[in-house]
Design a protein around this ligand. Structure first.
Ligand code: NAD
Length: 471
C-alpha cells in the first residue's frame, strides 16, 4: 500500500491523469483499466511432517491481445492488490514497447528463503497444476516469466509440469519464458531487464537539451549511479552500466545495509565478495552508511531502485538527491512521493518503460520457441557466403585487397545473443523516442510517466477500436 491508496489504485490514477491528454472515450478508458480475470488460489503443500496452506494468485489484466504475459513473484508482500497492479503495469509495458501481449502477473505469498529447494519445487509444481486446471497457462493463453524471488530454475519446473499434463502439445515449450538456455530458453534473457535499463538510460541521457535542464552534460559515461537491490535486475544494471557505459557506481544497497565509495565500486568483485561472506558490508574500499534505504539518499546522477515497490515514500522523498531515477523495480515510488520528486526537478523513468527489457526478450524467447529454431540458424551461413562473394567482387573491381580476418568480421552473421541484444536496444530506443514525440505533441505534459502512459493508452485504444468493440 502507498499512503492511503492501494498500488492498483495508484496505477489507475496515473492512467486517468494520462487519459485526460487523449480523446479516448471514458468507457474505453474504464475497460482498459479493468482487470479482466483474477484467480485466487489456496493449496496445501507438505512441509516437514505438516501441511501448509499456500496463498497464490494469477491475474490477467487485459485480453486485448493474447497470450497474456507477466512474471511470477515469490514474496511475503504478495496480495491480490499487488498482483493486480503489477498485471496492469504489464499491459501498459507491453503496449509501450510493441510486445503483442496483454498484461498478466502471478504471485505466491512465501519467503523462498524459508523453504528447501525440494519444498520450493513442490510449491511451484502445485501452483502450475492449479494454473493448468483453470486454463490459466499455455503458449496462446498466458505465459509466465521470472520476477522477484524466481528465476530460470522455477521456470524449468513450470515447463516440466506443463509438459507432463500437455504431453505432445507441439508448442508447449512456449508456455513459459525465462527458462534456462538448455531448456529452450534464449541467450540474453537472464540479463535482459538490467541491460534494458542501461539502454533506456543511455538513450535518455543522449539528448543534450534534456540533460541541460537537470544540470547534466550529455551522455551516460562518467556519471554516478546508486543501485538498491543486487538481484537479477539490480546486479545486471550495475554491471552493464559499469562495463559498457563507463558509469561510476558509488552506492549499493542490499537487505543487510548500504555501502558507499566516492571512488567507485567494482560490482563484479562486490558480487563475489557477497557470495563468499553473505553480505556487501565490509567490502574493501567502501564505507557502511546505514540500512537498506540509506543509499537511496546519496547524492548521485542516477538512482536505480531495483528491489521492491514502495521504497521512495512521503517519508524520504524530500531527501532524495538524484537527478534521474530509473524505476528498475516495479512501483518503487509511491503515488504521494512522485509529485515531491517532480517538484525537485528529478526525471523519473517509469517502471513500465525502463524495466521492459525482460518482457521484450521474453517475447523473443517465445518467438524462438514457436518457430522451434535458434535465431540465425537458417540464414547465417547463406548470408556469410553471399556477403563474402560481394566483397570478392569489390576486390576485383577496385584492385584492393581485404584481409581474410576483416572479411570474416564483415560477413559473419550475428550470434543469438548479439541478435537478442540488438533487438532489445532497438526496442528501448524506439520506445523512448515515441515518449519524446508525445512530449512534443502535448507541451502540457510535464513528466515521462504521463507521456509514456499516453503512448500506451493510444496503442491499446486503437486495438479495441480496430476490433470493432469501441467506435
Ligand atoms: P531478485 O529476487 O532477483 O532481486 C531482488 C534483490 O533485492 C534481492 O537481492 C534482495 O535481497 C534485494 N532486496 C530486497 N529488499 C531489499 C531492500 N529493502 N533493500 C535493498 N535490497 C533489497 O528480483 P528481480 O527479479 O531482480 O526483481 C527486482 C524488481 O525488478 C522487482 O520489482 C521486479 O518486479 C522487477 N522486475 C524484474 C524483472 C525480471 O526480469 N526479473 C523484470 C521487470 C521488473
Amino acid at each position: 500500500m502507498s499512503g492511503q491508496i492501494s498500488f492498483f489504485k495508484s496505477v489507475e490514477n496515473y492512467v486517468d491523469k494520462a487519459a485526460a491528454f487523449t480523446d479516448i472515450p471514458r468507457g474505453l478508458v474504464e475497460q482498459i483499466k479493468a482487470c479482466n480475470l483474477v484467480l485466487q488460489i489456496r493449496f496445501p503443500v507438505r512441509i516437514g511432517n505438516d501441511y501448509q496452506v499456500i496463498e497464490a494468485y494469477r491475474v490477467q489484466h487485459s485480453h486485448h491481445r493474447l497470450p497474456t504475459k507477466g512474471g511470477i513473484r515469490y514474496a511475503e508482500s504478495v496480495d491480490q492488490d499487488e498482483v493486480m497492479a503489477l498485471a496492469a503495469l504489464m499491459t501498459y509495458k507491453c503496449a509501450l514497447v510493441d510486445v503483442p501481449f496483454g498484461g498478466a502477473k502471478g504471485g505466491i505469498k512465501i519467503n523462498p528463503g524459508n523453504y528447501t529447494v525440494e519444498q520450493l519445487q513442490n510449491i511451484t509444481r502445485r501452483y502450475t497444476t492449479e494454473l493448468i486446471k483453470k486454463n490459466f497457462i499455455g503458449p496462446g493463453i498466458d505465459v509466465p516469466a521470472p520476477d522477484y524471488g524466481t528465476g530460470p530454475r522455477e521456470m524449468a519446473w513450470i515447463l516440466d509440469t506443463y509438459q507432463a499434463f500437455r504431453h505432445g502439445e507441439i508448442d508447449s515449450i512456449g508456455c513459459v519464458t525465462g527458462k534456462p538456455v538448455t531448456q529452450n530458453g534464449i541467450r540474453g534473457r537472464a540479463e535482459a531487464t538490467g541491460r534494458g535499463v542501461f539502454y533506456g538510460l543511455r538513450e535518455c541521457m543522449s539528448y543534450a537539451d534534456d540533460m541541460a535542464k537537470i544540470g547534466l552534460s550529455k551522455g551516460i559515461a562518467g556519471k554516478t549511479m546508486v543501485v538498491q537491490g543486487l538481484g537479477n535486475v539490480g546486479s545486471n544494471t550495475a554491471l552493464i552500466s559499469q562495463q559498457e557505459g563507463d558509469v561510476k557506481i558509488i552506492g549499493i544497497a542490499e537487505r543487510e545495509g548500504s555501502i558507499f565509495s566516492a571512488n567507485g565500486i567494482d560490482v563484479e568483485k562486490l558480487m563475489a565478495f557477497r557470495k563468499e561472506t553473505g553480505s556487501i558490508i565490509g567490502f574493501p574500499g567502501t564505507e557502511h552508511i546505514g540500512g537498506p534505504s540509506a543509499a537511496l539518499e546519496l547524492e548521485c546522477d542516477i538512482l536505480v531502485p531495483a528491489a521492491l515497490e514502495n521504497q521512495i515514500t512521503l517519508e524520504n522523498a524530500d531527501r532524495i538527491k538524484a537527478k534521474i531515477i530509473a524505476e528498475a523495480a516495479n512501483g518503487p515510488i509511491t503515488a504521494d512521493a512522485d509529485p515531491i520528486l517532480q517538484k525537485k526537478g528529478i526525471v523519473i523513468l517509469p517502471d513500465f518503460y525502463i524495466n521492459a527489457g525482460g518482457v521484450t526478450v521474453s517475447y523473443f524467447e517465445w518467438l524462438k520457441n514457436l518457430s522451434h529454431h535458434r535465431f540465425g540458424r537458417l540464414e547465417n551461413r547463406f548470408q556469410h557466403e553471399a556477403f563474402h562473394g560481394i566483397l570478392t567482387k569489390v576486390e576485383e573491381m577496385t584492385g584492393k585487397t581485404i584481409s581474410d580476418r576483416e572479411k570474416d568480421f564483415l560477413t559473419r552473421g550475428g550470434t543469438e545473443v548479439e541478435l537478442v541484444n540488438s533487438g532489445l536496444q532497438d526496442t528501448m530506443v524506439v520506445a523512448y523516442q515515441q515518449i519524446r514525440e508525445t512530449f512534443k505533441q502535448h507541451p502540457d505534459i510535464r513528466d515521462v510517466r504521463t507521456a509514456a502512459f499516453v503512448c500506451s493508452l493510444k496503442k491499446i485504444a486503437s486495438d479495441y477500436v480496430s476490433m470493432g468493440i469501441f467506435p
